[in-house]
Design a protein around this ligand. Sequence first.
Ligand code: CAA
Length: 246
Amino acid sequence: MTQRTALITGGTGGIGTAIVRKLATQGHRVATNFRDAARAEAWRRQMADEGIAVCMVRGDVSDPADCEAMVRAVEEQCGPVGILVNNAGITRDTTFHKMSYQQWTDVVNTNLNACFNVTRPVIEGMRARKWGRIVQISSINGQKGQYGQANYAAAKAGMHGFTISLAQENARFGITVNTVSPGYVGTDMVMAVPEEVREKIVAQIPIGRLGKPEEIAHAVAFFLGEEAAWITGANLAINGGHYMGW
Ligand code: CAA
């Protein structure tokens, strides 16, 4: 396997950490961004204890200038980015009639506009080198919508629109662009949903449990190898059977 530099945004989070571990285990050089230096340092030490060296760069994915600087810093420290996983995401759940403009823009900026901010400084290098793998981490709720998530569902659906356009524009440059849409995974984000609401959601999952972050990381890794070179513009839903739409 060829070793690549993989930039995973939001790598310190629940699904992000599993993706970092998986890609590092496969032999890639892994990089991620952070906002809170103290939290990031504790996480970096934990990874180091597991034998995983992570290139960590300060940067807010909702800020285009930060992202430009972040990508340049990663490239200086770790080499050209061959794999990009747009994973960073937040929720600001509330029904739409109570939603503030701030709750709307925070979610759209961090989940969707981040795809522009981080991918734009990466794409030209991938095109010049004629190789690249880009994966968006979307959500089941971008596919089916969710009560209390008009902001999040809109951003997550938009991420797949981004995927299928980029896939068309960059196919002839050896770049594949795909989406992974996780269902409800046992991370802090999902555990923050009120318990009685969460229990009702889990009851709707045919497999009968929350997903594991490693199960999402496995799907991301599937898109990265040479064997996946003919898969582009796809959306891989992993949700325990919770939503089976096309
Ligand atoms: N369908 C129909 N009605 C629903 C409903 C649903 N799915 N969910 C709630 N309601 C009803 C309630 O029964 C209640 O009805 P009554 O007023 O008649 O009692 C009413 O809606 C409550 O509405 P409110 O506007 O007052 O809502 P609230 O302030 O109580 O909170 C909420 C609403 C914040 C959306 C809360 O229900 C919630 O947290 N829902 C979970 C949202 C969710 O799934 N988030 C996922 C986070 S994890 C993630 O996003 C990761 C990923 O990708 C999957």
